[in-house]
Design a protein around this ligand. Structure first.
Ligand SMILES: Nc1ncnc2c1ncn2[C@@H]1O[C@H](COP(=O)(O)OP(=O)(O)O)[C@@H](O)[C@H]1O
Ligand SMILES: [Mg+2]
Length: 459
């Protein structure tokens, strides 16, 4: 029995029949249990690099292992299957890449693509650290030219997928969605600055990346990629993600859960939660910076950072069984629901707007968790000690809006708890402060973004 399934069983006892009757909760828990046993058996202690419900990437020693479950083979179009990605990696192997790719199917349907771990920094690191003057644009374009000559229409031209090498060339990884075609088409596709998408002409990735490298060389703030963004752009980026929700595919909307999982309750309450969230964002746009991308079954909520990735790290490190969780700035209440799956006994979620309190309540009801608590909080009252938080075992402070409270008071508030999960813009200072406050175990558990990693601390 995995630790997860053990938790599940304990959990069923705690949550009683109500949560265990929730199709969406069962779907999620079974999915994670499947992955947990797969990883435990085949990739023990592997480091997760990318999280999808049926597609995950791990570092396992000196190799990178991409895994797709058998379910995905039915869902994904052929260009997103790793068997196809393997054929592209083989094609790129030689002049540019030396990754020794291998492909196989194991354990009755898990598709595995593995390759060497590249032991150097990606272009993203050079951009983040103002070292783009070390990058030759000419060589980058030459590498793209060689990739094109091998007939690969490369769709993942992003800084995090490109690895500068000492000999001046570049290794390209992640061929998901890319296509094998003839070299002329590939050249045309890879080098044209526009492409046809969503019924209009859109900028392709090449000009964006070139601009980013040039701006970074000149130390300008006009950078734009997921992990390298100033505050204004970070808000723009979050708003962009939020707005994508209104153009979602029908099968990604809450209503679809009624069809896919026959879960009318989840469909209704997620719909309501999203409506309340929308109302809250109309009042204060910055809220959309606190939305995580969430995917359960077909349901997809677009957001800045991947919840599955974050929660995967948290649940591996934090033991929730029987603990009381305080969630400060809960947004729609993900911590409340997911910590209950892990066996927490009580959750109190705090939010500043009634709309967000309602959104969190509905989110919880979608999973038939009806005994979490929700309360209103005011940043100013918290700052001036006119309002205090209740006692508890673990505090979560993932919201960017917690910065409305002064750093000194933030520290005072969170150090009332033995365990802390804190997403902060000043991680090094936060770590030092927590150590001074007597926390023994203090570590960055996940780099969700360069600016705001998540810290875990335990007394
Ligand atoms: N061969 C590799 N060497 C070093 N890092 C890698 C390698 N393959 C993947 N990564 C890291 O893992 C991340 C996820 O891999 P990627 O191929 O982009 O997966 P996905 O198909 O989920 O997009 C990459 O952004 C990169 O940081
Ligand atoms: Mg990728």
């Amino acid at each position: 029995m995995t630790a997860y399934s053990e938790n599940l069983r304990k959990n069923e006892v705690k949550l009683g029949k109500v949560a265990s009757a929730s199709p969406i909760a069962i779907y999620y828990q079974q999915q994670e249990e499947r992955w947990d046993s797969f990883v435990k058996k085949n990739l023990p202690d592997a480091e997760l690099l990318s999280w999808g419900k049926e597609h995950r990437v791990f570092r396992f020693g000196s190799r990178v292992i991409k895994v797709q479950s058998s379910n995905l083979q039915k869902e994904a179009d052929s260009h997103h299957r790793i068997k196809y990605e393997f054929s592209l990696l083989k094609k790129a192997e030689g002049r540019l890449n030396k990754l020794n790719p291998e492909y196989r199917i194991i354990d009755g349907g898990w598709h595995i693509l593995e390759m060497d771990w590249i032991n150097s920094n990606s272009l993203e690191y050079y951009v983040n650290n103002g070292r783009c003057n070390e990058i030759s644009l000419f060589s980058l374009l030459r590498s793209l030219f060689y990739i094109s000559l091998s007939g690969i229409e490369y769709k993942q031209f992003r800084a995090r997928h490109i690895f500068p090498q000492v000999n001046g060339s570049f290794i390209f990884i992640d061929y998901g969605g890319s296509k094998l075609t003839n070299p002329i088409f590939a050249l045309f596709h890879n080098f044209t600055p526009f492409y046809w998408g969503n019924g209009k002409l859109e900028w392709s990735r090449l000009p964006g990346l070139v601009k980013m490298i040039l701006s970074s060389r000149n130390n300008k703030e006009t950078l734009y990629e997921d992990d390298v963004i100033s505050d204004n752009l970070s808000l723009a980026n979050s708003l962009f993600h939020w707005k994508r929700n209104s153009n979602r595919n029908k099968c990604e909307c809450p209503e679809n859960l009624n069809i896919e999982l026959k879960d009318k309750i989840a469909a209704n309450h997620l719909h309501l939660a999203e409506n309340y969230l929308g109302e809250a964002i109309n009042i204060d746009q910055i809220i959309c910076e606190d939305i995580f991308q969430l995917q359960i079954a077909g349901y997809l909520l677009h957001g800045g950072r991947n919840w599955g990735f974050l929660w995967n790290s948290i649940r591996k490190i934090v033991s929730f069984t029987g603990k009381k969780v305080i969630d400060l700035g809960s947004c729609i209440g993900l911590v409340g629901v997911f910590s209950r799956f892990e066996g927490s006994s009580e959750v109190i979620s705090f939010e500043t707007l009634p709309e967000l309190v309602k959104a969190s309540e509905d989110f919880s009801k979608a999973f038939r968790i009806n005994n979490n608590k929700f309360q209103h909080i005011d940043w100013d009252k918290l700052e001036y000690k006119k309002q205090n938080l209740p006692i508890g075992d673990i505090i979560f402070a993932l919201s960017k809006r917690f910065d409305n409270v002064s750093p000194k008071r933030q520290l005072e508030i969170i150090t009332n708890y033995k365990e802390i999960v804190w997403r902060t813009s000043n991680p090094n200072k936060a770590k030092q402060d927590l150590i001074k406050e007597g926390y023994r175990d203090v570590k960055i558990i996940i780099h969700l973004s360069k600016e705001r990693p998540v810290i875990y601390a335990k007394k």
